[in-house]
Design a protein around this ligand. Structure first.
Ligand code: ATP
Length: 293
């Protein structure tokens, strides 16, 4: 199956309903032929725009039966709040976030948004409300315009430019002789890591979901790019419930709340200063990772 010959609508429908894992974008071709494990329940509801109040209640989940990755997680996230998840590698930060769009189904407990159990919502409807920005940005061979418009089918030219502007991608586009018609991808203009991130952010401005999941890049961009992207992301997350799988000190410091995830579950939560003050795991992790308290 050659995904590039499919109309964008089709690709979008597939990506919106891909069944497995937060890293699913990478595997989109495989997924064309995969039957999703997670399906709509018979009475699944279509919901309009959600506020984004998220609640995990005694959530237990494991990839293999009998060995839970997450045990009895309880977490309440206010609409509009930015929560940074930190913790040792493999503790389950990514897993925790991937349960929200129902890439996997909880084994026990429940997750609700605005008081509604997510299992009672249509997958399409649920995933329309959740935007994901991750390290591996999914780009297809096509114009910059099409790649941005992927965030919202049928977006107007004006909306696309507005999204590009807010993601600070406008100058780059204007510097290209073909502008929005510039072909990117394997045979076209190669984008830098920072430009790809901005494109992903532009898509999210178009998609305009009430809930965002940001899977921060572990590999560093240059400092200037980093600062600009942090700023775009801050603007993007304003007014949206944002879950960040955090690796950056700036993100962590600016979060409304830091949630420390360990193998035993949520071990600490609070603001940066509070957790440093408390002298627990966070302060040690923070010391080890960033060297300063
Ligand atoms: P990191 O900071 O390294 O990204 P994390 O805290 O996000 O780690 P997860 O990626 O959620 O941790 O992984 C939690 C555990 O679940 C790990 O032991 C990991 O090996 C395992 N795991 C993750 N994805 C899968 C999968 N698709 N199938 C089986 N096991 C998985």
């Amino acid at each position: 199956v050659n995904v590039l010959f499919r109309p964008i609508e089709k690709i979008n429908a597939i990506v919106e309903s891909y069944p497995k894992g937060i890293a699913g974008f990478r595997r989109y071709v495989e997924l064309l032929e995969t039957e999703p494990d997670v399906q709509d329940s018979p009475n699944a509801k279509d919901v309009g725009h959600l506020q984004g109040h998220i609640r995990y209640r005694d959530v237990t989940f494991g990839y293999e039966p009998g060995s839970p990755t997450l045990s009895k997680i309880n977490l309440s996230i206010r609409a509009g709040e930015t929560v940074a998840f930190v913790g040792p590698s493999g503790a389950g930060k990514t897993t925790l976030c991937s349960l929200l769009p129902r890439f996997y189904e909880v084994d026990e407990g429940s997750i609700s948004i605005d008081g509604m159990d997510i299992r009672g919502l249509k997958l399409e409807s649920l995933r329309r409300q959740i935007g994901i920005v991750q390290q591996d940005v999914f780009l297809f061979a096509g114009t910059i315009r099409d790649n941005i418009a992927y965030g919202k089918l049928g977006a107007s030219e004006e909306e696309i430019w507005e999204a590009a502007r807010r993601a600070r991608l406008e100058d780059f586009i204007r510097s290209q002789p073909e502008g929005m018609d510039t072909i990117i991808g394997e045979r076209g203009v190669k984008l830098s890591g920072g430009q790809k991130q901005r494109l992903a952010i532009a898509r999210m401005f178009l998609k305009n979901p009430p809930i965002l999941i940001l899977d921060e890049a572990t590999s560093a961009l240059d400092t200037e790019t980093e600062a600009a992207i942090q700023q775009s992301l801050a603007e993007l997350s304003a007014g949206r419930t944002t879950l960040v799988i955090a690796h950056r000190l700036a993100t962590i410091k600016n979060a409304d709340r830091i949630v420390v995830v360990t193998e035993d579950g949520v071990s600490e939560q609070g603001r940066h200063e509070e957790l440093v003050e408390a002298g627990g795991l966070y302060s040690r992790l923070h010391q080890a990772q960033f060297g300063t308290a």
